[in-house]
Design a binder for this molecule. Structure first.
Ligand SMILES: Cc1cc2nc3c(=O)[nH]c(=O)nc-3n(C[C@H](O)[C@H](O)[C@H](O)COP(=O)(O)O)c2cc1C
Length: 304
């Protein structure tokens, strides 16, 4: 038997696969389907202070082979609705909260409120590339903004705190260090890449209604791996590798670069809701074949 369990900043996961935020995390019923799909933890869809309609359709397209592009624009029913919904969580599987806000003060309010739910960790998202007022379009990807927001949230919660960063930022090590020094326990690397754009040549118009969107899926995996590799050198806190991870070998690659766990989103479109189970079986097979007893011992080995 090989051991896939990981300790993520004090949370025990039976395996390293985590449902990434925004993919099926709007309610308890759909998250339960991911529990059956074999994930180690699930993240809810990011919540905002007020309900949001999000961008107009089309919001999600196949952008290239191995790449999707989305501009959902944080469509959600708002924090108060989210709290009532996720209070109903009764699974043993760790539930990770996720919030987005315009500034440090608003983040702090949401962080306090969301603790009415049984979340075991809290993710703050500073990295969306396509929603005005949030993430990169609000300048939240700088070391200064990252420090201020993380610090404000840290004061409001003792839960393990994960900061979700952008793969599109050059000085990613500096941003991660800012998060760590402000008290973050985990960095999630990361959000969608970009923004990118496709043009429908028959309409001579951008394909996404919002024109630009964030790229996800296997085509962005090399960026994720390089970013995790850089972050492993920059910070001591655990890293969640998110972006194009969807096979067992992707997980091995991410862990060798320095990740403790992985986020999976677009992989569901390619491999179905049981992608988590499939990935874990592939990791197990690879470990057995290569005579490793556990996944943990591979962490960061490319740095040696
Ligand atoms: C349709 C869609 C909606 C998303 N919504 C959110 C969100 O609400 N909050 C967030 O932090 N990330 C969101 N993301 C980003 C994913 O969590 C993930 O970081 C990204 O898609 C890269 O991982 P992947 O290649 O496994 O999908 C969304 C991605 C997609 C495709």
């Amino acid at each position: 038997m090989v051991d896939l369990s990981v300790n993520l900043a004090g949370i025990k996961l039976k395996n390293p696969t985590i449902l990434a935020s925004g993919i099926l995390g709007l309610d308890v019923a759909t998250l339960k389907r991911i529990v059956n799909g074999g994930a180690g933890a699930v993240t809810i869809k990011s919540l905002t202070s007020e309900p949001r309609k999000g961008h107009n359709n089309p919001i999600f397209i196949e952008a290239a082979e191995g790449a999707f592009m989305n501009a959902v624009g944080y469509a959600n029913k708002g924090i108060d609705h989210g709290i009532e919904e996720f209070k109903k969580w009764d699974e043993k599987m760790p539930l990770i909260g996720s919030i987005v806000a315009a500034d440090a003060k608003e983040f702090a309010v949401l962080a306090e409120k969301i603790q009415e739910t049984p979340i075991e960790a809290l993710e703050i998202v500073l990295s969306c590339p396509h929603t005005p007022g949030y993430g990169l379009l609000a300048g939240q990807g700088s070391p200064k903004a990252t420090f201020e927001i993380t610090k404000a949230v840290r004061k409001k919660t003792k839960l393990p705190l994960s900061v979700k960063l952008s793969p599109s930022i050059e000085a990613i090590g500096e941003v991660a260090k800012a998060a760590e020094s402000a008290g973050a326990d985990i960095v999630n690397m990361g959000n969608t890449l970009g923004p990118g754009m496709r043009i429908d040549i028959n309409r001579a118009s951008p394909t996404l209604a919002f024109k630009i969107g964030g790229m996800s899926g296997p085509a962005i995996k090399p960026i994720t791996i390089r970013s995790v590799f850089d972050l492993y050198k920059a910070v001591k806190i655990p890293i969640i590798a998110t972006g194009g991870i969807m096979t067992g070998e992707d997980v091995i690659e991410a862990v060798m670069a320095g990740a403790t766990a992985v986020g999976i989103g677009t992989g569901i479109y390619y491999r179905g809701l049981t992608v988590f189970k499939k990935v874990c079986r592939e990791v197990e097979d690879w470990l057995k074949k290569n005579k490793f007893k556990d996944l943990r011992s591979l962490k960061g080995i490319v740095h040696q």
